[in-house]
Write a protein that binds this ligand. Structure first.
Ligand code: IP8
Length: 235
């Protein structure tokens, strides 16, 4: 899957040489499981957990970076915990200066959801989704793409046979969605986080799509603004 995704991104970049792109990935089968184990055994995330989670996420990111680099995508792996953390009031602080420098030089920053330290010395999990919305807001991007393992946002859990795929969703209306995540191991809240974190961060005119990255060509099509299926997110 990673090789196919890398090829789709590489194809788009070949066609759009001037485009500025940031890639962010989530915890997948790495970070979430480590967090889950620490919370199960110790009920809290301590410094030992921080070290283990950060290391596990870095391992995943190295794997992802290697697939992207093999497809000739000029990626610079930016360790999230070194440039981001939470303020005392729970707002997110990201040092974006070097990300912007990379973009200016045609390099694609690769970041990821991570364990970070907050101003009040608490270890916290920063979801890749939260990071994506914050960066999109700070850097005033015109497009934000969420490649997931389902076709988009449904009216209920996609496992539910009555669930309907929404072609569009207004962030102001998400309160009526009750499901959170199809997996007990997803410690950051799945689809609802992707949407909730956009409140106050989405700008009018910004194109935001949630679509299925497991479907062949869909990432390429989304980069081209025409995913086959999916949900368009609007304010
Ligand atoms: O999968 C979570 O990132 P996400 C990262 O984007 C960790 O929510 C460390 C579980």
């Amino acid at each position: 899957v990673l090789d196919r995704i890398a090829k789709e991104i590489a194809r788009f970049l070949q066609e759009e040489k001037e485009i500025k792109l940031i890639i962010i990935h989530g915890g997948g089968s790495f970070g979430h499981y480590v967090v889950h184990e620490y919370l199960r055994d110790k009920r809290e995330l301590d410094t030992e957990a921080l070290v283990a989670i950060e290391y596990s996420m870095l391992e995943l990111s190295m794997i992802i970076a290697s697939h992207l680099i093999n497809a000739s995508i000029p990626v610079s792996l930016v360790t999230t915990h070194a440039i981001a953390g939470f303020n005392q009031d729970n707002s997110l602080k990201i040092y974006t200066e070097w990300i912007e420098k990379l973009l200016e030089n045609g390099i694609i920053p690769l970041l990821y959801g991570d364990a970070v330290i907050s101003k009040n010395n608490i270890v916290k999990i920063l979801s890749g989704d939260t990071l994506a919305w914050e960066l999109a807001y700070k850097l005033q991007v015109d497009k934000l793409l969420f490649a997931t393992s389902v076709d988009g946002v449904y009216t209920a859990s996609p496992d539910n046979p009555n669930a309907k795929l929404l072609s569009e969703i207004k962030l102001s209306e998400i309160a009526r969605f009750s499901y959170t995540t199809p997996s007990t191991f997803d410690v950051t809240g799945g689809m609802l986080t992707k949407l909730k974190e956009g409140i106050g961060k989405i700008r009018p005119g910004m194109r935001v799509y949630i679509f299925n990255g497991l479907r062949e060509e869909e990432i390429y099509r989304a980069l081209r603004d025409r995913p086959l299926k999916g949900t368009v997110v609007i304010p």
